[in-house]
Design a protein around this ligand. Structure first.
Ligand code: SF4
Ligand code: SF4
Length: 86
C-alpha cells in the first residue's frame, strides 16, 4: 500500500464515506457511447456505488471499493478502470 492510499483511507474514514478496504489507485469509468443502461452493473455492486438516473449511469467514487465486479459484469464492456491521476 502506498502512502497516498493510506492517506486517502484515513481521510475517508474521517468523512465516514469511504470504504476502509479501498486500496486501489484506479477508478471505474463508464463509456457512455457503449452503455445502454441495462442496470446489470448496478445490481452487482456491493456498496451500491452505481446509479441509474434519467438514463444516465453515474459512479460514486467515494464509496466504490474497486472490486471491479461491475467491469466484469457489463455485457458491452462499457466499464473499465483507469489509473488515478496525481
Ligand atoms: S468496482 Fe465494485 S464497488 Fe466499484 S462501482 Fe464497480 S462493483 Fe461497485
Ligand atoms: S452493465 Fe454496462 S451497459 Fe449495463 S448499465 Fe452497466 S455499464 Fe451500462
Amino acid at each position: 500500500m502506498t502512502l497516498s492510499q493510506l492517506v486517502r483511507g484515513v481521510v475517508g474514514d474521517q468523512r465516514g464515506s469511504v470504504n476502509r478496504y479501498q486500496t486501489s489507485d484506479r477508478h471505474v469509468v463508464v463509456d457512455h457511447s457503449l452503455c445502454f443502461y441495462c442496470g446489470a452493473c448496478v445490481a452487482v455492486c456491493p456498496p451500491d456505488s452505481l446509479f441509474l438516473h434519467n438514463g444516465f449511469l453515474s459512479i460514486n467514487d467515494e464509496t466504490c471499493t474497486r472490486c471491479e465486479r461491475c467491469v466484469r459484469m457489463c455485457p458491452v464492456h462499457a466499464l473499465s478502470t483507469v489509473k488515478e491521476s496525481s
